[in-house]
Design a protein around this ligand. Structure first.
Ligand SMILES: *Cc1c(COP(=O)(O)O)cnc(C)c1O
Length: 361
């Protein structure tokens, strides 16, 4: 007798396609919004020396207190605004924080809402925890459709609203006024997801505490530490204390705690890299706009979305792959992403290789 998947696994889980990450082989990797730079060699040696003394036979500090203090200061988490004490919680990537948030509010009929197109994990994690996901389409210029957002809030009363700032995959910053209006209209929590902060240089972090239901999420992934898996969520103590009950005790391992502390101590190096990436973003934008077959969307992140007006996005994606450049084909997502490609800003020579490859096609 065999036990059937269909009998045991929830239907909505069976229906999901697993999050697929293609194997880049030795291609130029411009698909995943990673920082292409490493630490300088001298710093790497210092870091390895630190790791050498890590007590991996012991459990790590369950509250990661030292790292929390370093991050609160570096990310500018306001200590206290009015009567609210602010706090942070750390996650194994901000993905885990999205999961913790969802688990904390998931109950029969509770909903997650986000603009579409947006970060796919909001939708996926809502499904994992048995919540309904409400996607509200952005306007054609990728700004928030405020009448649609406000009426969806009224209708669905979402427990959680995610606003990626800047948005992935469109790359734009939503208007501050629109975000504030959404925070005020919502009786649930509003999470401003600032994964791309090093490239946007705009933030709601200083306003944590100004609104009772505002949470700000950051990650070290896009600044150059994607391999560490570390994200943070800042908000009023009363919320963070509840989320902390759900967090698995040792979710931030000792190597991550030590390495992130070390990296933040040398944040100037990562900031200098982010500056080069921002400059390269402008270079790449200008080069891509030279192709009359593309509509290129301005970006405040470390990637650029473009629409193929003449020709076929999938053909271009495959053609680039044959020429050793891996980007992201967003076409299959459909809707406004039909015929869209997303390219991560890489090193100058990688970006030049992308442009050269496009010219040969
Ligand atoms: C990449 C990304 C994340 C995930 O960050 P991790 O900390 O690596 O899990 C979160 N939100 C958005 C909008 C992203 O694009």
């Amino acid at each position: 007798m065999s036990v059937k998947v269909e009998d045991l696994i929830r239907k909505e889980i069976q229906a999901i396609n697993a999050y697929h990450v293609p194997d880049p082989g030795d291609m130029i990797k411009l698909d995943a919004m990673e920082n292409p730079y490493h630490m300088p060699e001298a710093l790497k040696d210092e870091w390895l020396d630190l790791i050498k003394h890590a007590e991996i036979n012991r459990y790590p500090d369950p509250s990661a207190a030292k790292l929390c203090a370093v991050l609160e200061s570096y990310m500018g988490v306001p200590e206290k605004l009015s009567s609210t004490n602010n706090k942070i919680i750390l996650g194994n990537g901000s993905d885990e924080l999205i999961q913790i948030l969802a688990m904390a509010v998931a109950k029969s009929g509770s909903k997650v809402m986000a603009p579409e197109p947006g970060f796919v994990m909001y939708n996926m994690i809502a499904t994992f925890v048995g919540m309904d996901y409400i996607g509200v389409p952005l306007k054609a210029d990728f700004s928030l459709d405020m009448p649609a957002m406000l009426s969806a809030i009224k209708l669905h009363q979402p427990a959680l609203i995610f606003l990626a700032y800047p948005n992935n995959p469109t790359g734009n910053l939503f208007s501050d006024d629109d975000i504030v209006e959404i925070i005020k209209a919502s009786k649930g929590l509003v999470v401003v997801d600032e994964a791309y902060h090093p490239f946007a240089c705009e933030s709601f972090m200083p306003r944590v505490g100004e609104f009772d239901n505002l949470l700000v999420m950051r990650t070290v992934s896009k600044m150059g530490l994607a391999g560490l898996r570390l994200g943070l969520l800042a908000g009023a103590e009363k919320w963070i204390n509840e989320f902390d009950k759900i967090r698995l005790p040792y979710n931030i391992n000792i190597l991550t705690q030590l390495s992130a502390e070390f990296a933040i101590k040398h944040a100037d190096i990562f900031e200098a890299q982010a500056k080069i990436i921002r400059e390269q973003r402008e270079w790449l934008f200008n080069e891509l706009t030279e192709f009359s077959q593309f509509e290129v969307y301005p970006s405040r992140a470390n990637f650029i979305l473009l629409k193929v007006l003449e020709g076929d996005a999938t053909k271009i994606f495959e053609g680039l792959k044959q020429r050793g450049v891996l980007i992201k084909n967003s076409h299959s997502a459909g809707g406004v992403l039909t015929q869209c490609l997303r390219v991560t800003v890489g090193k100058p020579e990688e970006n030049a290789a992308l442009i050269d490859a496009l010219k040969t096609m």
